[in-house]
Design a protein around this ligand. Structure first.
Ligand code: ATP
Ligand code: MG
Length: 574
């Protein structure tokens, strides 16, 4: 590709409304453009990368025996009514009516459509197993579309759906997809982890997420430093402390704590550590009342765990100050579990403390040296916190480490949920109609592009792994329009690269070298070759890898050998 025939649309300035690096770089490199919240076009440069991702996904899905098809975005409401999701799905589902006043939606996912296809097309166990997939546009009316294509409203997903006669066969289909995902993410050349997304389940996972590791990731993932355990932090059990609680050392006292609003204020003000203080959160109860959730000051509430507790409203809603005053009275101040007249759930590690600090349920006053069992009833403790770095791994092997990740894939055993609700049956070997077991397998194709950048960039721009790069090699000739010699060398090399099947970009714009170089670095081309009059005089050209600190001069005599070394397997030695 010649720059003069391409739409290279790089921007110098960082767009102000782009919060994270990948979003900024995708806009600056001219990969995407925004039309409305969460709605983007992919410009030619961006599309080249998107197609690379799609191609790898397609090849590995095909290799794993899945069959590609294409389903519609527009989905009739009847199918969603059959599955029961027309009423269950929240406002993320974009509902609309056609000119005949028929209800429909724009598909956020395709379980209903695929089950409809299956029940019409497949009747016998002889046609199983089968796994259908597509690479297609989804629409989800996300409450907070953000970070560009990382969380957009319209995005491209690869979604696959397997159908099997029984549970064991479903497990086999799932394992095949697990392996296919490993091949896909290996081929992308990204640093990733497959983590369990099952709640508390250890061994034999029925749901796994694939995360690209990046400090800016929305998800935290916990993994054992010694065993294989790895799971989304949302789902990881915090084991109760193994030792006995220490005995009280001092009598409880009430102290004044004016203007100490946060745990940090309190810890500093009283000269104790945050882990010695209790954090008391008030949430709505199922019966309309309130409950207290008590954690150690240095711990974070795990919402999923809390909303699973009996009596706690799900989804979890933290109470507003007015609700608290209404139930607990006007004079309620700094909150604490002692003397609180609502159900109290105490996290295991908070229940392990002795001589702790907590709110006195009076304005600007706290209790110090408070002790469970002595100053209030012994609490029944529960697990309601997120695990932290150094906690014991739930599989008993080593300690937990925590990394941040971006969820780019999710594989899931659905069982008979859709086959049953939508009456999709097949005849088994005995001629009996049975509901098949399904699995579903997603990859956020557009999100992969953003995640790859989030993981691989520097101050100058994107650093594509070879497999995703829009061009494999950039040729930057200096004075292409002025020097016949330079033009000749660059054109010859360009043609020779193309003959070898390389995706090469020739920057034939009449620009200063610095501008060409910074554009090629911004868009992340992994290799750059420079021809100049000075170099040619010495029978040399210049080469720089995108991650190299400096350029090197190489001999023109062996350009083919150079290409072969750079792209082994792709370029022949003549
Ligand atoms: P999230 O927790 O990020 O909302 P999800 O659980 O809703 O994801 P799935 O329904 O499992 O996602 O969809 C499969 C994949 O599609 C996800 O792993 C993710 O990579 C991608 N994806 C989901 N929502 C979006 C979005 N709004 N924008 C871009 N990609 C998305
Ligand atoms: Mg979602």
């Amino acid at each position: 590709m010649r720059a003069s025939r391409f739409h290279l649309a790089t921007l110098k300035e960082t767009p102000v409304d782009a919060e994270i690096v990948s979003h900024q770089l995708m806009l600056r490199a001219g990969m995407i453009r925004r039309h409305a919240a969460g709605i983007y076009s992919w410009l030619p440069l961006g599309l080249r990368i998107l197609r690379k991702v799609e191609q790898i996904v397609r090849e590995e899905m095909d290799r794993a025996g899945a069959l590609e098809l294409l389903m519609p975005s527009f989905q009739p409401a009847e199918l969603w009514q059959e599955s029961g999701r027309w009423d269950q799905f929240g406002p993320e589902l974009l509902r609309l009516r056609d000119r005949h006043q028929r209800d429909a939606c724009i598909g956020p996912t395709h379980e209903e459509i695929i089950t409809d296809i299956f029940r019409r097309e497949v009747n016998s166990y002889r046609q199983l197993p089968v796994n259908f997939y597509q690479i297609q546009t989804k629409f989800r009316d996300e409450i907070r579309p953000r970070f560009g294509v990382m969380r957009s409203r319209e995005f491209i997903m690869k979604d696959a759906y397997s159908f099997d006669l029984d549970k064991d066969a479903m497990q086999r289909a799932y394992d095949i997809m697990d392996q296919a995902y490993v091949s896909i993410f290996d081929r992308f050349g990204l640093d990733y982890r497959a983590v369990s997304a099952d709640s508390g389940a250890i061994g034999g996972s029925t749901s796994q997420e694939f995360h690209v590791l990046a400090d800016s990731g929305e998800d935290a993932i916990a993994f054992s430093d010694q065993g294989d355990f790895a799971a989304n932090i949302e789902t990881v059990e915090a084991l109760p402390p193994s030792s006995e609680r220490a005995a009280p050392n001092a009598a409880m006292e009430t102290v004044d704590t004016p203007a100490m609003r946060t745990i940090d204020d309190l810890a500093t003000g009283l000269g104790v550590s945050a882990r010695q203080c209790l954090k008391t959160l008030i949430a709505e109860a199922e019966d309309g009342g309130l409950v207290a959730l008590v954690l150690r000051g240095d711990h974070e509430l795990n919402v999923l765990k809390a909303e699973r507790l009996e009596g706690v409203a799900s989804p979890l809603r933290l109470a507003q100050r007015e609700q608290i005053v209404e139930v607990l009275g006007n004079d309620i101040g700094s909150l604490g579990p002692i003397g609180l007249e609502i159900p109290v759930f105490v996290d295991h590690s908070a229940a392990q403390l002795n001589d702790f600090v907590c709110g006195a349920n009076q304005e600007d006053r706290h209790l110090v040296n408070a002790n469970w069992g002595r100053d209030c009833a012994e609490p029944a403790s529960v697990d309601i916190r997120n695990v932290t770095e150094g906690d014991p791994s739930p599989d008993g092997k080593g300690q937990l480490r925590i990394l941040r990740g971006i969820e780019v894939g999710h594989i899931f055993q659905l069982g008979q949920k859709y086959s049953e609700s939508m009456q999709a049956t097949v005849l088994d070997e005995q001629g009996k109609a049975v509901y098949p077991y399904m699995g579903c397998y997603g990859i956020g194709v557009t999100r992969v592009v953003a995640a790859a950048i989030e993981q691989n960039h520097d101050d100058s721009g994107i650093i594509w792994p070879d497999a995703l790069a829009p061009f494999q090699l950039a040729i930057c000739p200096i004075n292409y329009h002025k020097s016949e010699q330079v033009k000749q060398a660059a054109d010859d090399f360009y043609h020779s690269c193309r003959q070898q099947g390389l995706e090469v970009f020739l920057d034939d714009r009449a620009l200063r070298p610095g501008v060409m170089f910074s554009d090629m670095e911004l868009i992340g081309v992994p290799h750059r070759v420079v021809f100049s009059e000075r170099g040619l005089k010495q029978q040399q050209f210049e080469y720089k890898g995108r991650r190299d600190d400096s350029a090197q001069d190489l001999s023109l005599d062996d350009l083919d050998g150079f290409l072969q070394q750079l792209f082994p397997g792709q370029c022949r030695a003549d």
